[in-house]
Structure formats: C-alpha cells, structure tokens
Write a protein that binds this ligand. Sequence first.
Ligand code: ACO
Length: 321
Amino acid sequence: MIRSVITGTGSALPANCVTNADLAAKVDTSDEWIVERTGIRQRYIADDSETTSSLATVAARNALDAAGIDAGEIGLIVLATATPDHTFPATATQVQAALGCGGGVAFDVQAVCSGFLYALATADSLLRTGLAGKALVIGSETFSRILDWDDRTTCVLFGDGAGAVVLEAQDVAEDGPGILASRLHADGQHKDMLFVDGGPSTTGTVGKLRMKGREVFRHAVVNLADVLKEVLDETGKCAADIDWVVPHQANARILDATARKLELPVEKIVVTVDRHANTSAASVPLALDTAMRDGRIQPGDLVMFEAMGGGFTWGASLVRF
Ligand code: ACO
C-alpha cells in the first residue's frame, strides 16, 4: 500500500534566547508565575534578520540532510504559518526559492497552532494522489512580531522557531511505516477567544494577538482528548499501543490534563514547552525533531501528533516510524 512516510526531520531556532528573568525585567511578571502556570522557562525570539521563511529554510535543509535527499527531489512544499513574511506570496514559495527546488507545488496553510497537523494531512493526501513523490511539510512562526509586549497575559507564552519533515510516498506493508490516520476539526464560533486584532481586509494593520486564556484552556483539553480517541478508534489502536505523543507545546498543564484524560503515562509525552514556549505551528515538528535527534523515537515506534489552536482548529495524526 502507498503511504506517506516521514524520512527526515529538522528544526531551527533564533539565536536570541530570552529567559523568564529577562522578561521579568521588562514586563510585570515573574519566573515563578510563568513556570507554575505554564511550565515555560525560556523562549527564542527572532531578531530583524530572522524571518518565518529564513527559519523555515534552515529547518527544511536540516530535514533534507536527515533524509539524505537533495532539494531538487522535492515536488511539494506545504508550509504552516500564521506569521508569514508577507501577505503574499506564500512563504512556502520563498522557501522553495531559497532551497533551489526548481519547480513543483508550494503553498501555505493557516490553521494557527494546528497548522502543522493541517499541513501534514494535506501533503499526505496530495502525495497519495501522485501529485509528487517527495514533500517538505514545515511549521514556521515568528509570533514575537504579533505579541502585545504590554499584555503580560499573552506575551510570556510564545516563542519563535521552525520545524520540518520530509514526507515520501512509499509502497509499504500493512504494518510498515507511514501516516496511519489523521483527523482534523474546526469550529469558527469561538473566534473571540483567540485571534489577532488586525488584518489586510479589516484594519489594514498586522494586529496583535488577543486571548481569553482560561476559556482556551478548557476547550483545548476536551477537544484534544476527543480527537486523540477518534484517531485511535479509526486505526483500531489503544492508548497503550502509543510509544510517544508529540503534542503542540502550549502549556505543560494542558499536556498533563490531556494525558490524564487518556490515561497516558506522562513519560511518553515529548515536552519542549519549557525551552521553546508556544511556537504555534512550529511546535509539533520542533518537538518531533528534538525527540528524533536525542534518540527517543526509534524505527517502528507508533507516535501520535496532536494540536489545537485559534479558530478553533484541532487535529491529530498517528504515524509509524
Ligand atoms: N505574570 C504574572 N501574573 C499574571 C500574568 C503574568 N504573565 N498573566 C496574568 N497574571 C495574573 C492575572 O492578572 C490574574 O491576576 P488577578 O487574579 O489579580 O486578576 C492572575 O494572574 C490569574 O490570571 P488567569 O488568567 O486567571 O490565570 P490562569 O491560571 O488562567 O493562567 C494562562 C493563565 C497561563 C494563560 C492559562 O489560562 C492558560 O494556559 N491558558 C491556555 C492558553 C494557551 O495556552 N494558549 C495558547 C494558544 S492556544 C493553544 O496553543 C492551545
């Protein structure tokens, strides 16, 4: 059977690491408050020379190296971001040019923190139709550009970064590697709980992120547990079959609450929120690359990705490595 197989991962972080103590020097907050409520200890913040496309390009190069393939073999780039370099062209096309891919299909997907899950499911579908043989799926964000640094309830939560995977259509056995199932959801009724108060068609400005944190927290735990169960049911697997969960890294308490709901041991959850904070669409591939490079995820492992974000949008994918 033809499946989309992850054959390489990569990531990139800005050079500038900002600790909670650094933030507390400028914002009315404290390391203790941030760690207790979120688990975040530091985040990376892009300088003027670092953009969503430049971070994405480095992450993509690292993923290509890990997969052992040339940029010229890539026929499809799907890039998830809510912080593109420009309103258009798509940031994916800038990455395509920087990598020297020389053709194929490239476009952006916008589902905020669930963006990587949406991009992965989209690329998986397109590969299985035969549109391309090899794809790059990238999540890249510079959320620092849309934060209100006077709003302590949001500015302490986010960071910048990028992660990428190489996805290849391969003929594999039933118990072989690849994306086994993906489920995506959206519910546009809750826009006011998490949104950016600007845009080209409304204010003509870029705008700043606004969030009702408590309500987002409540919806996140319920929606994530539901979508994880859906994917397990669809594939005939149970929580005990999962080797690793690579979740969207919003908040350590959301990760703990979701794990408890599913009766998943916390040791199986890949956590990077302490080092990266919430990097929106970049967080799942950044965490994945961390767990691939430190040797936690091994060939044959069954890995669940999950994310929830503005919209609301949410989703999960079950992948065999
Ligand atoms: N430093 C110090 N004090 C703060 C800070 C801060 N950075 N931010 C808020 N406070 C204060 C508030 O003013 C409030 O003070 P008060 O009691 O005197 O009014 C107090 O802390 C409690 O505020 P709450 O907002 O009720 O705090 P809560 O326990 O809900 O934690 C948080 C806030 C961390 C945002 C939490 O609601 C949360 O994690 N929500 C999920 C949001 C999220 O992760 N969003 C990411 C995008 S969506 C996604 O990725 C899933």
